[in-house]
Every structure is written in C-alpha cells, then in structure tokens.
Design a protein around this ligand. Structure first.
Ligand SMILES: [Zn+2]
Length: 234
C-alpha cells in the first residue's frame, strides 16, 4: 500500500474524530501547543526540568481555558537534548517528534480509538524514554497497522497480556506521572505505525533528520484519526 493510500485509508476509517482520552473532555477544551525549537517563549524555559516544562504547559492550558494541550507531530524539539537516549555519540541527534502529544492530568483515562489486540507492552526506563508503553495491533478491512501509547502508569501494564483484545472505546490504560514516564509532565504520546519492524513494547517516537523520510511515511500524523485540528479549522 502506497503511503498516500494508507493516509487516505486512515482518514476514511471514521468521519468523526476518534478519541484516545477521557471522552468527557470536549474537543473545545483542547488547545494546540508549540514545543518546537522555533518557539521563542519556550526558549526562555529550562526544558530539561520536567517541573519547569510542566509550569509552561499548565500555564498554556489555563490561559486557553483548556483541559488538554496537544500537538507535536514532526515538531523539531530541544527537549531531548538533556538525555543520552536521543544523543549517542555515534548517531545523529534525534529531535524530530513522530507522534502527537496530549498533555493533561496524571491518571487521565486512555481509550483505544479502534478495535485491536495487544501486540506488546514494556516499561521503557531510559531517562527521557516512554516509561510504560502499550502497542496495539489493528486489522481494519484487512489493513494491518499499529498504535503506540507512551508515558502510561505502571498499573496500565501490570495485568496486560499479549494478544488481549480490546474493542473500540475500551479503556486500555491511565496516564503516568514524571516519576514513571521518563521524567516529563504527564502526557500521552500517541503514534501510528504501519510497519512495526522488530520492535516489541517500544518504537522510536523521535528520529533524526537522516531517517525522517522513512519515519514520516511509516508513522503518519495521528491526527488523521483524532481529527482535533479539523475541529479547530471548521
Ligand atoms: Zn511524544
């Protein structure tokens, strides 16, 4: 399937935006946030500190009378510079974000937007990594693809089983906090993955410029399913 076809397929799964967060939060309470290196206001914040980044995110949410700040697909970010996990010496810096982030309260309920089975899960404990992560496998009209949910609570993966089935709209997890999620303010990292390759319970959520062409095709914008941006452009 060509990349354009896969995107069209995803777009047509549902006319209405699907949801991965607590359904009682209306779309009007989502506010786009810019965490890119080109955001000059953010450049005055010490983003290596999860508490300072949290103040920045929470101020944004309050200022916009929102409950969720969202965004980040293909954003080039400085917030990964603090961790060797993204900056090993023999590799180009990984700073381009491949999912959508939904910044909201710890313990927010997380739902699967589509029927799926658990492909894998793992607590990814590197500094700056995902912490507890679930990957679901979907087969919709015989098209296979995966969705990844990162920065979850530990309880989310405690009783989970590979192969466990979930129906669209089932709760699959709750959101973790900075103690468990790789040291970030609480947020869900949601990513679509066409080919999971050899990964298990993990998949790169950030890439370097060198591999961007591959990853942007393999991981299309998750808002194709959520349609949050659409809501704001109507
Ligand atoms: Zn993310």
């Amino acid at each position: 399937m060509k990349s354009g076809d896969f995107k069209t397929f995803l777009k047509n799964i549902s006319k209405k935006g699907l949801t991965v967060l607590d359904v009682s939060i209306p779309k009007s309470k989502y506010s786009p946030i810019d965490l890119s290196e080109s955001n000059k206001i953010l450049n005055r914040v010490d983003v290596s500190s999860s508490s300072k980044l949290e103040v920045f995110v929470n101020n944004h949410i309050k200022k916009h009378d929102a409950l969720v700040a969202f965004g980040g697909y293909l954003e080039v970010r400085n917030i990964y510079k603090r961790s060797n996990h993204f900056n090993s010496q023999d590799e180009e810096e990984r700073n381009i974000h491949l999912g959508i982030d939904l910044w909201c309260d710890t313990e927010t309920l997380i739902y699967t937007p589509l029927d799926g089975v658990v492909h894998s899960f793992k607590n990814n404990t590197n500094y700056g990594d995902y912490g507890p992560t679930i990957i679901l496998k979907h087969n919709i009209s015989e098209v296979e693809f995966y969705t990844l949910y990162g920065h979850l609570s530990l309880a989310s993966i405690e009783k989970l089983k590979v192969g466990q089935e979930f129906k669209q709209g089932d709760q699959i997890a709750t959101l973790g906090d900075a103690n468990i999620n790789g040291d970030y303010p609480p947020h869900l990292h949601f990513q679509i993955i066409k080919d999971i390759q050899e990964y298990f319970g993990d998949y790169p959520g950030v890439c370097s410029e060198k591999y961007l062409e591959f990853f942007r095709v393999n991981c299309p914008n998750p808002d194709i399913l959520l349609k949050i941006d659409n809501f704001f452009s109507l």
